[in-house]
Design a protein around this ligand. Structure first.
Ligand code: RP5
Length: 179
């Protein structure tokens, strides 16, 4: 499975998270990065989490996006079991709307790091996974550079649209002119 198997593991704490993490899957597809998805709960199926973690390094999975809501033990519990980088994606759920999950992810005690993105920031979670893999993948680096260019070009388009409203706008000189 090392070659040709999935490079990214996407783990969700419940199938109720699936819709909210759809941009993770869309973004990985956009970049042509292979992935697999698993529903594993740190509190409802702890033995499954241990089995998942134990098999992970030998399967060639390079990074995991672990999404969970409420107290969100999943990303930290997984990171406690393996050294494969874990990106925690807090899902908005329950009375605190994801703030609880965010804090569970970013407040990991020293020694067990979980990379955290914002509440519901599914695209950023996937882009971080892509960046990690791109550190040794030239073709992914080119795709990331193309994304950066397209975002810059969309800002140019937005500036033109603002100018067309008749507002006085800053004219980007391309470089800073000092007198
Ligand atoms: C977490 O609890 C899951 O990640 C989900 O966001 C939340 C609610 O889960 P369900 O009760 O909908 O299964 O473990």
């Amino acid at each position: 499975m090392r070659n040709g198997g999935p490079k990214v593991g996407v783990v969700i704490g419940s199938s109720s998270d699936l819709e909210k993490i759809a941009p993770v899957l869309d973004t990985l597809k956009e970049f042509g990065v292979s992935f697999e998805i698993a529903v594993i709960s740190a509190h409802r199926s702890p033995e499954k989490l241990v089995r998942y973690a134990q098999c992970l390094p030998d399967r060639g999975i390079e990074v995991v996006v672990a999404a969970a809501g409420l107290s969100a033990a999943l990303p930290g519990a997984l990171a406690a079991l393996v050294d494969v980088p874990v990106i925690g994606l807090p899902v908005a759920a329950g009375p605190l709307n994801g703030v609880d999950a965010l804090l569970s992810i970013v407040q990991m005690p020293p020694g067990v790091p979980v990379a955290g993105v914002g509440i519901g920031a599914a695209r950023n979670a996937a882009l971080m996974a892509v960046r990690i893999i791109a550190s040794h993948d030239e073709s992914l680096r080119k795709k990331l550079a193309a994304l950066r260019e397209s975002m810059a070009s969309s800002i140019d388009t937005q500036n033109r649209a603002v100018k067309e409203k008749g507002l006085t706008t800053w004219q980007d000189p391309g470089e800073c002119i000092r007198e």
